[in-house]
Ligand binder design. Structure first.
Ligand code: SAM
Length: 279
């Protein structure tokens, strides 16, 4: 079996059509279910329970760049075959409740990985940690397809892949639903006028924290020094979080070194980890 980071994209691809895609009209909420490996949408009329302490995250300012992608035949095939069983479309607009036990077919602690890129870290961590479920969220289709291919090749049953804005997905999760949230090497948006697009900012952190169980961890890593300091200040300022390490932490052994991180190391940019717990 090839190493987890051996896949290289090589061919242009259309956006996939997914059996879980649908258009929603407020106030009817739709509920995602998986049965016998097939995803389908069910109409439910439950109201969504918003935490009034959490300011709504902006729906117009995106934290990601639109990117074109190329995919290998293998990734195309993985996307077509595995999306119905492992994929979760995250629609824009109205909040859609996500039932994690339905999604994974069991009740286990869930790790949310925001911006999973090509999915190498997610696949490696999920393989090493079968007692927890991993929900990766990405907007970049080749990365999603690559992760599905890794899931297939490594026989991972504890991974699901969301396609869309992670903040929309998090809004649809119940309070305290997550064991951990990973935000590894988020886009740094270095220009001052773009800082509002950073994923680690007070409103987003409050939202993420609200979905962590008490004691659950928010783990961020970055190679961008100025963003690292801004992250530290933002996480310190959140009244519901406590620094689990006491400043920048060394890379925990469970976090694999990704291609992206290797590039940063080669370029001489030090990498820092930040680990905070929900009180
Ligand atoms: C710089 S890459 C890092 C990828 C990966 N974590 C790694 O370490 O290799 C950041 C990724 O986050 C994704 N991203 C940014 N904001 C997102 C959001 N709101 N929802 C889903 N994905 C997002 C981007 O598409 C991009 O692939």
């Amino acid at each position: 079996m090839p190493p987890l980071d051996a896949v290289r994209p090589s061919r242009a691809v259309e956006q996939p059509t997914c059996r879980t895609s649908w258009i929603l009209s407020f106030p009817v909420a739709h509920h995602i279910r998986f049965a016998r490996g097939v995803a389908y949408a069910r109409v439910a009329v439950t109201a969504i329970d918003h935490d009034p302490a959490v300011p709504p995250a902006s729906r117009t300012i995106r934290t990601f760049h639109p990117r074109r992608g190329r995919m290998s035949d293998r990734q195309n095939d993985a996307l077509g075959r595995l999306w119905p069983a492992y994929g979760l479309d995250v629609p824009d607009g109205p909040v859609v409740p996500v039932d994690l036990a339905d999604l994974f077919g069991r009740r286990a602690p869930v790790v949310l990985e925001i911006g999973s890129g090509m999915g190498d870290s997610t696949a490696a961590m999920a393989a090493a940690d079968p007692d927890r479920d991993y929900l990766a969220v990405e907007v970049h289709t080749p990365g999603i397809a690559n992760l599905l291919d890794l899931v297939d090749r490594h026989g991972l049953r504890n991974v699901r892949v969301g396609r869309g804005d992670a903040l929309s997905l998090v809004n649809g999760l119940p309070e305290a639903a997550l064991d951990a949230v990973h935000v590894f090497f988020p886009d740094p948006w270095p220009k001052a006028r773009h800082h509002k697009r950073r994923i680690i900012q007070p409103a987003h952190v409050a939202l993420l924290r609200s979905r962590l169980r008490p004691g659950g961890t928010l783990h961020c890593a970055t190679d961008w020094a100025e963003y690292a300091e801004a992250m530290r200040q933002t996480l310190e300022a959140d009244p519901g979080l406590v620094d689990a390490y006491g400043g920048f932490a060394p890379r925990p052994a469970y976090r694999p070194v990704t291609k992206f991180e290797r590039r940063a190391i080669t370029a001489g940019r030090p990498v820092v980890d930040l680990l905070y717990r929900r009180r």
